[in-house]
Design a protein around this ligand. Structure first.
Ligand code: GLY
Length: 304
């Protein structure tokens, strides 16, 4: 069994786990490594679905959500609708370390970030400004519906480290960050900054991060339910699949919405589950003691 594992969502997850591992290699601090890996995706303007390169809300303003959770003591911190600073995961981590709160939103989140040394900036790039202008013109011409959901992704990153003298047990951390749905209503917050929905970490069972349509992930509390299923002894794959089946049974249309979760069990086993989507195949990346692998889980069907 490896000593240290990082796992992350989507194709950009490779950069996330490589960054986390490089951090760990020079300074073995699991949570700082996980935060650094997540931030690497947020600040990269060439990634068009998350953070710097992501799409703004329908008023043309970027609103970022992010959260951090540590499985040893359930310490967590999150920000929602952060408008002026980036990486949002760094601000969320500071909320976890420096406050008694779990979630700061809107102006309060921005004020907190500025008070803690973050530089205020306009989070739009030339490209996202142009994309927004194009979208708004299409809405005005009636060529697209402002309420039509526009794609986005979430970087979710899990860290696990074997506890010395702990048998197979390990410590876990979970990080998530997103710019949320493209052209969302101002103030719309998805699952990512909500403990139990977009992420959960408890060293007694494992840790989970989610990506996909935030409204459904929130509705079904996917991360908490998957951690609970692992606590009952299921593997990450089994736990994720069980929870996805329960969601699809209750709301069949979620089977085609491309909702995904990535999980690490307390003993370091990694797995994932995803529902089907027409054009976006879910993949995840793992770094185990410096060895890199990519996996593409088979979508969960309606059966079960
Ligand atoms: N899953 C991220 C969001 O819906 O905002």
């Amino acid at each position: 069994m490896p000593e240290t594992i990082f796992a992350s969502t989507w194709a950009f997850g490779e950069l996330a786990v490589r960054t986390a591992w490089a951090w760990w290699d020079s300074e073995p601090d699991l949570e700082r490594a996980a935060v650094a890996g997540t931030a690497a995706i947020e600040i990269d303007p060439t990634i068009p679905t998350v953070g710097r390169g992501g799409l703004p809300n329908r008023a043309g303003v970027m609103e970022l959500d992010a959260a951090f959770m540590r499985g040893s003591d359930l310490c967590s911190g999150a920000v929602a609708a952060l408008r002026r600073t980036l990486p949002a995961i760094d601000v969320a981590y500071k909320v976890a370390l420096l406050t008694d709160h779990l979630l700061l939103a809107g102006q309060g989140a921005d004020d907190f970030a500025l008070a803690h040394g973050f530089t205020p900036q306009n989070l739009l790039t030339e490209q996202t400004r142009a994309q927004f202008a194009d979208w708004r013109a299409k809405v005005q011409r009636g060529e697209t519906d402002a309420d039509r959901m526009v794609g986005h992704d979430t970087v979710g990153l899990l860290g696990w480290h074997h506890l010395a003298g702990g048998g197979t047990a390990g410590e876990t951390v979970a990080c998530v960050a997103t710019s949320g749905l493209g052209y969302k209503r101002p103030g719309r917050v998805g699952d990512s900054p909500i403990v139990g929905a977009g992420l959960y970490a408890d060293d007694h069972a494992g840790a989970v991060v989610c990506t996909g349509v935030g409204e459904e992930i929130l509705r079904f509390a996917l991360a908490a339910r998957t951690v609970d299923a692992m606590a009952r002894g299921l593997t990450p794959d089994e736990a994720g699949t069980e929870v996805m089946h329960a969601m699809i049974r209750r709301k069949p249309e979620t089977a085609a919405m491309g909702i995904s979760l990535l999980a690490v069990r307390a003993d370091g086993e990694v797995g994932a589950a995803t529902t089907r989507t027409a054009n976006h195949v879910f993949e995840y990346h793992v770094c185990a003691d410096g060895r890199y692998t990519r996996a593409v889980p088979e979508p969960v069907g309606a059966a079960g």
